[in-house]
Design a protein around this ligand. Structure first.
Ligand code: SF4
Ligand code: SF4
Length: 71
């Protein structure tokens, strides 16, 4: 996820993301984990190392285990 305290809202991650998964909200980057393909580009482009994809993966998968099966 994006560390909201570190993020300076530069927009580099949003412009590099190949699937448009990042939006700036209130000057901070937010990743849409449903769109994110975990390519790692945003993480390497962030100038302040505010993005930690390993956390994003763990948290989101842990929180929504059953949603795929419901329809
Ligand atoms: S890791 Fe996800 S959010 Fe980051 S640039 Fe790639 S697709 Fe976009
Ligand atoms: S690249 Fe880093 S500092 Fe810039 S908006 Fe994205 S998360 Fe924030």
């Amino acid at each position: 996820m994006v560390d909201q305290k570190k993020c300076i809202g530069c927009g580099a991650c949003a412009s590099i993301c190949p699937v448009g998964a990042i939006k700036l909200i209130d000057g901070k980057a937010k990743i849409d984990t449903k769109k994110c393909i975990r390519c790692g580009s945003c993480q390497s482009f962030c100038p302040v190392e505010a993005i930690d994809l390993s956390k994003a993966v763990d948290n989101d998968d842990a929180q929504k285990p059953a949603e795929k099966d419901k329809k």
